[in-house]
Design a protein around this ligand. Structure first.
Ligand SMILES: CC(=O)SCCNC(=O)CCNC(=O)[C@H](O)C(C)(C)COP(=O)(O)OP(=O)(O)OC[C@H]1O[C@@H](n2cnc3c(N)ncnc32)[C@H](O)[C@@H]1OP(=O)(O)O
Length: 199
């Protein structure tokens, strides 16, 4: 089966064979393109964004990953304008990873869309299934967070450092812990009056 046909099958959410020659080659391509992007650190932004566009499906203006960025395929990842990932981001994009505008990732954030099969014999034979992850505009994800397959995080939310996000997080809340739970809503009282021109 062609890579294109396998990609379309995986996006249905049904079980797929993780070990085909085409998927192994697609992973190798992603590692090599990520190496080129990571090695370009310090080069002009336009050059780096062009390298990122070779790897990812969609790259908003100003998107930036600190080294070292790793992803499984790249072609299922979309990052919006002003995206920023601190050191050592990992994205496993069997299914779509869709990230909005002005999203901040702390260091060592991992976003996973894929699961190996639960049944041991199927797992050993290469069975996997993948569910999409969606992250809204203006989200801040703290350092060391793991986002599990199928999760949606709403606009403006914060995920505290070290969380494991297993269920959806609504917009404009702070969630933290393992498994992540809502700590509180973000309200107008959280604004301090600070402006960028004030130091
Ligand atoms: C883009 C970048 O590079 S980001 C740089 C990396 N920085 C980080 O990752 C820091 C992330 N920041 C956090 O995790 C912060 O704790 C925040 C933003 C989630 C919350 O900050 P605050 O609102 O000041 O929370 P505060 O410290 O008052 O804690 C409130 C409660 O939540 C708990 N809490 C706060 N953070 C966490 C957490 N990460 N995990 C579990 N519980 C937490 C506290 O223990 C406290 O509980 P208690 O009331 O029972 O004592």
């Amino acid at each position: 089966m062609s890579l294109e046909a396998q990609r379309a099958h995986i996006l249905t959410g049904r079980m797929y064979n993780d070990l085909t020659d085409e998927l192994v080659a697609a992973r190798q391509r992603a590692v090599l393109l990520a190496n080129a992007y990571n090695d370009s650190f310090g080069a002009p932004q336009a050059h780096r964004e062009a390298l990122l566009r070779d790897l990812l499906d969609n790259v908003g203006p100003g998107a930036h990953f600190e080294p070292t960025f790793r992803c499984e395929f790249g072609y299922n990842i979309s990052v919006g304008a002003g995206f920023y990932a601190n050191f050592d981001a990992v994205m496993l994009d069997g299914a779509r990873i869709t990230i909005g505008d002005n999203v901040l990732l702390g260091p060592r954030v991992s976003i996973y869309t894929s699961n190996h099969a639960i049944d041991p014999a199927e797992r050993v034979a290469g069975a996997c299934y993948a569910k999409p992850v969606t992250i809204g505009d203006g989200v801040w994800i703290g350092g060391g967070v793991t986002v599990n397959p199928g999760v949606t995080i709403g606009d403006g939310a914060i995920v505290g450092s070290g969380a494991v996000v297993t269920r959806d997080v609504p917009a404009r809340v702070i969630a933290a812990g393992n498994p992540a739970r809502i700590l509180r809503e973000i309200t107008e009282q959280d604004a301090t009056g600070w402006r960028p021109d004030v130091l």
